[in-house]
Design a protein around this ligand. Structure first.
Ligand code: PEP
Ligand code: MN
Length: 337
């Protein structure tokens, strides 16, 4: 951290600031110019009370050098984190595909989709039981019954389950049937939920909020990790922009940026980014080419009659065709799929 002092700050004042900082475990390195003096602070500056430093009249500006996220920061943990779910590894050489419907609708629906996406190469089954819908009049999910149906599909196919948690009160119930706890875009900054998920011993798939920066996403990951749960998977799912043609704007640059800033696995949700099924294949290819560790794709047995997000859901054939193309890209990059 750098403190830029006001022009003409006297030596006694500099000494007074150094005295004030001496209670912290940071080294203070002054650089005295002809007009301006700056103080370079080295050490754990996260413990400093920034507000009280701003109150010092001779401080012109505070420049933060280090990122506020620590546990998710690649600088402090250079090797990739690999999140293990059964025998599936997310963040390793293999690209992991999660697929399934937006919402669980019935036993036949979820088991049929599970069988088909598994045959197509998906390793993890997605399915929403609690659906955070914009309208309170829209289908809200089958809730606890949905979890039970997901467990049946898992029983039959052996596929681990990822499903969205919206409420801390559901954690115990989710622990019984869900392998990866999804935090949706709308809940990325539900800090009480994140804190509770920091206490569980199952992976969390953390989606980027549609108006959140990468630093905010990493700070949300920090909430989970600082509670003791290091198994966080980051997910780019499109952000709000001025463009209205697509449901959201897929931020491809988030992939290399997050891979550089953090050691956590990064996956992409092309379905919620596009909002249109015909675009999902292109966005999936782009995400893999840009270095994503996996994808979460909506697939439905009957998209035209889906209770949620049918327009962006792939049919089985479309999913299979997409997987064929993704394999070519993965192979070119020396990754497995
Ligand atoms: C979902 O995965 O079905 C979902 C609601 O996603 P998001 O939170 O990204 O909108
Ligand atoms: Mn959906």
């Amino acid at each position: 951290m750098i403190l830029v002092l006001k022009n003409g700050t006297k030596e006694e004042e500099i000494l007074r600031i150094r005295e004030m900082l001496s209670k912290y475990d940071v080294q203070v390195n002054p650089i005295v110019g002809t007009g301006t003096t700056i103080l370079g602070l080295v050490g754990d500056t996260s413990v400093l009370d920034i507000n009280s430093i701003y109150m010092v009249k001779s401080v012109e500006k505070i420049i933060k050098i280090q990122e506020p996220y620590k546990k998710s920061n690649r600088k402090l943990h250079p090797e990739n984190t690999v999140v293990k779910v059964g025998d599936v590894e997310i963040g390793g050489p293999e690209i992991v595909i999660m697929a399934g419907p937006c919402s669980v609708e019935s036993e036949e629906q979820i088991t049929d989709i599970a069988r088909n996406v598994k045959a197509g190469g998906a390793k993890i089954l997605r399915g929403g039981a609690w659906k955070p819908r914009t309208s309170p009049y829209a289908f809200q999910g089958l809730k606890a019954d949905g979890l039970e149906l997901l467990s049946m599909a898992k029983e039959e196919t052996g596929m681990p389950i990822v499903s969205e948690i919206t409420n801390t009160a559901h954690i115990d119930m989710f622990m019984e049937s869900v392998d990866i706890f999804q935090v949706g875009a709308r809940n990325m900054q539900n800090f009480e939920l994140l804190k509770e998920l920091g206490k569980i011993n199952k992976p969390v798939l953390l989606k980027r909020g549609f108006s959140n920066t990468l630093e905010e996403l990493l700070m949300s990951a920090e909430y989970i990790m600082s509670g003791g749960n290091n198994d966080v998977i980051l997910c780019e799912r499109g952000i709000r922009s001025f463009e209205t043609y697509t449901r959201n704007t897929l931020d491809i640059s988030a992939i290399p940026a997050l891979k550089r800033l953090s050691h956590l696995p990064v996956i992409v949700d092309p379905s919620h980014a596009a909002g249109m099924s015909w675009m999902v294949e292109s966005l999936s290819m782009a995400a893999i080419a840009a270095g994503a560790d996996g994808l979460i794709i909506e697939v439905h047995n009957d998209p035209a009659n889906a209770l949620c997000d049918g327009a962006q859901s792939l049919t089985y054939d479309e999913f299979n065709n997409t997987m064929t193309k993704l394999r070519l890209i993965a192979n070119t990059l020396g990754r497995k799929l």
